[in-house]
Each structure stands twice: as C-alpha cells, then as structure tokens.
Design a binder for this molecule. Structure first.
Ligand SMILES: [Cu+2]
Length: 126
C-alpha cells in the first residue's frame, strides 16, 4: 500500500513537473513563430517595394552610343556591386530629354539609375 502510494505520488509529480513547462514552452514557441513569420513577411514586402521603386544604383562608365530617338544610351560601365554586375556594355533608358543631352559619345560619366520593371532608367548623371 505504502509503496504504491509513493509511486503514484511520484508519478503525479513527474506529470506536473513534466507537462507544465512543456505546454508552456510549446505555447510560447507557437506564439514566437507566428510573430516572426508576420514580421518577416512585412519586412520582405517592404524591402521589395523599396527595391523596385526607390533604390538607386551608382555606376561609372564611358558612353558608347546615344540614341536620342529612343531615349537610350549605351554605356561601357565598370562593376556595380549593388546590382552584383561585373563590368559590361549595356543600354540604359534615360529619364528625360534634358538628361539625355548630357551624354556624349566617348564621354566618361558617373550616373545613377533605378530598376523599373525590365528597364534600367538613368535618373542623374555628372
Ligand atoms: Cu550592366
């Protein structure tokens, strides 16, 4: 009798000690994960918006070709770390005509551009 009582008491203690912290930990874990997921998604979408709408990149290069009719310039630019681009020849759209007038063939330029859909649009040059 005595032995059995002690055993069941021990079993109850084990259950109490074992289950309470476990359920508490699970509850907190679940809440933490939900909080993290929500924050993660918000940050992700904010980052994506920022990148596509406002993030500008800086490049340095030499003007290879100016196409005033199309509003485009071809530049042999150096590496652009913010885009993970190596040096290359490529064509950029230019935001407006006044800006386009600053591009002269073989001129070295420092420019800023933004990614707009599938185009890279130069927003400033010096
Ligand atoms: Cu490029």
């Amino acid at each position: 009798m005595k032995k059995a009582n002690r055993f069941s008491l021990a079993a109850v203690l084990v259950l109490l000690v074992g289950t309470i912290p476990l359920s508490r930990a699970q509850g907190m874990g679940g809440m933490d994960m939900m909080g993290k997921d929500k924050k993660g998604m918000e940050m992700k979408s904010m980052g994506a918006d920022k990148k596509s709408e406002t993030q500008s990149h800086k490049g340095v290069g030499t003007v290879k070709k100016v196409d005033p009719a199309a509003g485009k310039v071809t530049i042999a630019h150096g590496p652009i770390p913010t885009m993970k681009w190596p040096a290359m020849n490529m064509t950029f759209a230019v935001k407006d005509k006044a800006l386009l007038g600053k591009f002269l063939q073989d001129k070295k330029v420092e420019f800023e551009f933004v990614e707009q859909g599938s185009d890279y649009v130069i927003t400033s040059v010096k």
